[in-house]
Ligand binder design. Structure first.
Ligand SMILES: Nc1ncnc2c1ncn2[C@@H]1O[C@H](COP(=O)(O)OP(=O)(O)O)[C@@H](O)[C@H]1O
Ligand SMILES: [Mg+2]
Length: 138
């Protein structure tokens, strides 16, 4: 990516309390970048879903949060990393309603819809990395 990443922070995702703190940090970062309340809410919702997956399915991990700049355009990027069992069938995991944990199966697909960019890398036995970005409209 050609975006300049500034001020990356690493946030632990190992407990419910970490998820609460992460939501607050994302909110602050989105406000600092000047995002609308709607975009703040979209990014916080997507971040919550991905953090819950990191905890529940990935056995915990971390989130990297960074301010993005692409020319004059501002954004916020979030990357969730775990070293859990991984996702054997990614297209299936991205299908609305698919869950292996008795959930709603809308976390990954919802996060993909709510973000402007979405990347999922995972392999069985190697863990999972999910990256989302939100860009401020001009
Ligand atoms: N970090 C992860 N590690 C391993 N599997 C995952 C991870 N995140 C998601 N998955 C798999 O993808 C499925 C769909 O996730 P999601 O859409 O968030 O729905 P839900 O959390 O309700 O199950 C999960 O049930 C799980 O099988
Ligand atoms: Mg989920």
């Amino acid at each position: 990516m050609s975006n300049i990443d500034v001020d990356a922070v690493v946030l632990p995702v190992r407990s419910d309390e970490d998820v609460v703190r992460l939501r607050q940090s994302v909110r602050e970062q989105m406000i600092a970048a000047g995002f609308s309340l709607i975009d703040q809410t979209k990014m916080i919702t997507a971040a919550s879903e991905l953090a819950r997956n990191t905890l529940r399915y990935g056995g915990g991990g971390e989130a990297h949060m960074e301010k993005l700049l692409n020319g004059a355009r501002k954004g916020v990027g979030l990357t969730f990393i775990d070293h859990g069992p991984g996702i054997p069938d990614i297209p299936r995991a991205l299908t609305d309603g698919y869950t292996t944990g008795g959930g709603m199966g809308l976390g990954l697909s919802g996060a993909k819809r709510l973000a402007d960019e979405f990347e999922l890398e995972s392999a069985p036995g190697q863990g999972t990395t999910v990256r989302i970005c939100k860009w401020k409209p001009y």
